[in-house]
Ligand binder design. Structure first.
Ligand code: SF4
Length: 321
């Protein structure tokens, strides 16, 4: 039997996350995304049912808590081998976890069942919900997420908007960018506009960082990442958009170690070269030399987009969520 409770493991969005795997193998999901790091979906379903008894989860959690330090946990996160909202006991699980531990509870869902009232009711119990939106046009959605035939994209989008209106917690969104599949500017723009209606607190743009279900799947290149970031920023505002491309390091200041800080910022935001030059000139003698060094060493790349020049961190080690 797979571990129901695992970690804590580092998460780029959630800090140190104690994982809950509430869907037992084989992989059971309402999508079979071409980029899924768990491989193709074995059981493609939208049927909600019970898996683990909540008492089993409670016991596994209390056992794990005797082995780890609670101070090392930032979030308890439902991130199973499949889609967590397929679990009809989800709401009960959350209740039991709250009784056991005073930590925020998060869930990473593909949100395909969010038009179901019972699913929204369960999701309301979380402190943080991360939804998935990889496509807004029907054809692209079918190609990238390969949904269960009973699912309907416009119902899902409606469900997301309704949920946002009801949900007082933190809502994140994640969009996976796949070269040649959802990477057209028009699709990115539609996703960004749709997200601006859904109104997440933060919208993440991601690329696959582990072997995908289909071996022809390729992440978009840095130019496309910068373009997508800019398109998202126009619709949602720069503060609400972040890249999720495979590095930790989220510090947002240029301090005593400009190289480290610059790399951290460029990991989540492409940086306009003229801005970074201005900031660095106040701190170091020769900003051009530092920028050149980072580009020549392969740590960063210069990318041009619509007449502006950006610095972006190069993708090397890939360590997905
Ligand atoms: S929704 Fe998540 S678990 Fe399901 S196929 Fe897509 S990436 Fe895999």
């Amino acid at each position: 039997m797979a571990d129901i409770v695992f970690g804590p493991v580092p998460s780029r969005r959630l800090g140190r996350s104690l994982g809950i795997n509430n869907i037992p193998p084989p992989k059971r999901c309402s999508y079979s995304c071409i980029y899924c790091q768990l491989g193709r979906t074995k059981i493609l379903t939208t049927e909600r049912r019970r898996f683990y008894d909540t008492r089993v989860l409670k016991r596994a959690l209390s056992e794990r808590l005797t082995e780890i330090n609670e101070d090392d946990i930032d979030y308890i996160t439902f991130v199973p081998d499949g889609e967590p909202t397929l679990d009809e006991s989800l709401g009960e699980h959350v209740k039991v976890i709250r009784e056991s531990l005073d930590k925020p509870i998060a869930i990473l869902t593909n949100s395909s069942l969010i038009s179901i009232e019972g699913v929204r009711r369960d999701l309301m119990k979380f402190d943080l919900v991360s939804i998935k939106l990889d496509a807004v046009s029907e054809e692209v959605w079918r190609k990238i997420n390969r949904p269960h035939p009973s699912l309907n994209l416009s119902d899902i989008l409606d469900g997301m908007r309704i949920f946002r209106r009801e949900f007082p917690g933190k809502l994140l969104s994640e969009t996976m960018l796949i070269d040649g599949v959802n990477s057209e500017r028009s699709e990115i723009k539609q996703i960004a506009d749709e997200l601006s209606k859904i109104d997440p607190d933060k919208a993440y743009l991601a690329i696959p960082t582990r072997p995908p279900a289909e071996n022809w799947v390729k992440p978009v290149n840095e130019e496309k990442l910068v373009e997508s970031y800019e398109v998202f920023s126009e619709s949602l505002g720069r503060d609400r958009v972040e890249l999720l491309i495979g590095y930790e390091g989220m510090e947002f200041k240029i301090g005593r170690d400009p190289v480290k800080d610059l790399l951290s910022i460029a990991t989540i935001h492409p940086i306009r070269l003229d801005y970074i030059y201005q900031i660095l000139s106040k701190l170091i003698h020769n900003p051009n030399e530092l920028i050149e060094r980072l580009v020549n060493s392969g740590e960063m790349r210069i990318v041009k987009y619509r007449g502006k020049t950006f610095l972006i961190r190069r993708r090397r080690e890939m360590d997905g969520e």
